[in-house]
Design a protein around this ligand. Structure first.
Ligand code: CP
Length: 396
């Protein structure tokens, strides 16, 4: 019976399912897990039913083999309650979200962009830091899917009266949100909130830690740009991406390094020594301090802004000197591969990390495409994470 208890514990962990809920789902409210924990034996027929429940549940969530070989046999489509970071995702789970987003790319290019998929659900966007792209695209995504979307801006909330993050999370939870999207200035704050609420939590950027939907939308935009050039392939194998900027303070850099590598790309990171985190090589990115060398033959230049709001003290002598050494100019772009693509998550500081005549290059810059696909990825993320509460076949 202890084997069964261990199996249940693993199952609950992997499927973000509480043991209580497991008991409800499996066997009509009877607290079997508590009995097991108390060392009581279950009838063998009950143990068989519990194991059958777990096997059926897993089978329903398994992605069908699409013949591409990208989904390992028996792989679960997306066995996570929350989207907290790329670090938690397997390669095939990243592909799953990207593939799910394709239907929203199509819908969002139509004159009528409405779906009722999330009708009746409530989504709260709780933003404790400023945002244009992420907040708006989550709001648009929720509304296009038919959900009721509520935005909580920390500046106008009771956080200003001294309410703690945990009390705020408990309050949002009490209002029975079906998904909570959070941006916060502290690394790990979103994970903390996720541990206090009952609904899915989506990380919209936490401190210097992760910004998973940004990395996913960047991958989708890159995939589309390559496909339009007739360079579509199964993944990003053979592609070299140079990420240049304030790597030290950037959650976008971290999520992108993890995501791009999972999809097969080689990632170089470039920053002045003061803005390069120690041990960056440990997550597989090749560090550079010389931007010209980092750009040499690269297929993609992804530029990041200086995150001055996270800097205490002076990290660079001046914006002018930074631009001279690390700014992407038209002449510097020539060091990259012919037709190399230019990316930037925004917001941009033109004339600092990137020149206008590069940012606006029609055939090379995919910055506006990144903004477009932010909506598609956020629609896909909200869809996938709310399938359990919507009792979608295979996810309920
Ligand atoms: N890329 C990004 O996160 O932009 P916002 O800060 O405007 O959301």
């Amino acid at each position: 019976m202890q084997d069964l208890l261990r199996e249940i514990e693993q199952f609950c962990l992997r499927h973000d399912m509480s043991e209580t809920r497991f008991g409800e789902l499996a066997l009509n409210d009877k607290p079997f897990v508590s009995q097991l924990k108390a060392g009581r034996d279950l009838r063998s027929s009950t143990a068989v039913r519990l194991r059958q429940f777990m096997a059926d549940y897993v089978a329903r969530q398994t992605v069908p083999d699409d013949g591409s070989g990208r989904f390992p046999a028996g792989a679960l489509a997306f066995p996570h309650r929350d989207l907290l970071g790329i670090a938690h995702l397997e390669r095939h789970e990243i592909f799953y979200v990207l593939d799910q987003a394709e239907r929203w790319v199509e819908l969002n290019r139509q004159p009528s962009k409405h779906s009722d998929l999330l009708s009746g659900l409530t989504i709260i966007n709780a933003f404790f830091e400023n945002s244009t792209r992420t907040l708006l695209s989550f709001e648009i995504a929720g509304k296009r899917l038919g959900a009721d979307v509520v935005n909580m801006h920390a500046a106008q909330s009771s956080v200003k009266k001294g309410e703690t993050l945990i009390d705020t999370a408990i309050t949002l939870n009490a209002m029975r949100a079906d998904a909570i999207v959070i941006r916060h200035g502290s690394s790990g704050a979103v994970d903390l909130i996720a541990s206090k609420v009952d609904c899915p939590v989506l990380n919209a950027g936490d401190g210097q830690h992760e910004h998973p939907t940004q990395a996913l939308l960047d991958a989708l935009a890159l995939r589309h740009a390559l496909a339009e050039r007739g360079e579509a392939s199964e993944d990003f194998t053979g592609l070299t991406v140079t990420i240049c900027g304030d790597i030290l303070h950037s959650r976008v850099a971290r999520s992108n390094i993890l995501c791009l590598q999972a999809l097969g790309a080689t990632v170089r990171v470039c920053a002045p020594p003061a803005l390069m985190p120690a041990g960056i090589g440990a997550i597989g990115a090749e560090p550079f301090h010389d931007f010209d060398a980092a750009l040499d033959g690269a297929d993609v230049a992804m530029m990041l802004r200086l995150q001055t709001e996270r800097m205490e003290g002076e990290f660079i002598p001046s914006a002018r000197e930074y631009h001279h050494l690390y700014g992407l100019t038209k002449s510097r772009l020539e060091r990259a591969a012919p037709n190399a693509l230019v990316m930037h998550p925004g917001p941009m500081n033109r004339g600092v990390e990137i020149d206008s005549d590069v940012a606006d290059l029609i055939d090379r810059s995919i910055i506006t495409r990144q903004a477009e696909m932010g909506v598609d990825i956020r629609m896909a993320s909200l869809d996938v994470l709310t399938r359990k509460v919507r009792q979608v076949e295979g996810w309920a």
